[in-house]
Design a protein around this ligand. Structure first.
Ligand code: PRP
Length: 181
């Protein structure tokens, strides 16, 4: 089915203000001195992460690393088995880590990923997601920082895609099917 962009669900202004609030929460919890490793899960989290880290104070000890994973399954349902396409560059052993995701849906990708990262013995492991589609949850995942709860609608923009498209939008928008001619 073909889709087209529809309404703005979350505006760029609302996103920017929530990103600043989340950054402030992170600073409060982590303090300025302990090294903090921000792990972005490609591709969706890239846009959110780059805005988030630039809201952290200059003298905070922040490192950035990325992982690229995909959940096995069909187009609409993930299986919870995660395949790593690109792993972290650096060890997270003994480090304070925050995993950054764009969206949590079933929770299967994140719960599998967290088990995998726990096995690498970080000092702490937290989760920061921009969007929480809780109505779709199949397994509980603790979200330490969460931007917005969203209804079960198809959303794109600000990192989120449909078939690889629309990640570059400044706002988060819904999509609707293009009427057959
Ligand atoms: C999205 C999102 C999460 C996962 C959430 O990634 O970034 O990793 O799906 O779904 P779940 O909670 O049902 O497991 P996607 O596989 O679409 O890859 P992308 O980040 O490259 O868009």
């Amino acid at each position: 089915m073909e889709y087209k962009l529809d309404k703005i669900m979350i505006s760029r202004e609302k996103i920017a203000s929530r990103v600043r609030e989340i950054a402030a929460e992170i600073v409060k919890d982590n303090g300025m001195n302990d090294e903090l490793v921000i792990v972005g899960i490609l591709t969706g989290a890239a846009v959110f992460l780059t805005d988030l880290v630039r809201e952290l104070p200059e003298d905070m000890n922040v490192k950035i690393d990325f992982m690229s994973v995909a959940s096995y399954g069909n187009d609409t349902k993930s299986s919870g088995v995660v395949r790593i396409y690109h792993d972290l560059k650096n060890s997270i052993e003994g480090k304070n880590v925050i995993v950054v995701e764009d969206i949590v849906d079933s929770g299967l990708t994140l719960s599998h990923l967290l088990k995998l990262l726990e096995g690498r013995h970080p000092s702490s492991l937290k989760v920061c997601v921009l969007l929480d589609k809780y109505s779709r949850r199949e397994t509980e995942v603790k979200l330490d920082y969460c931007g917005f709860q969203v209804p079960d609608e198809f959303v794109v923009g600000y990192g989120l895609d449909y078939a690889g498209r629309w990640r570059h939008l400044k706002d988060i928008k819904t999509v609707v099917p293009v009427e057959a001619k």
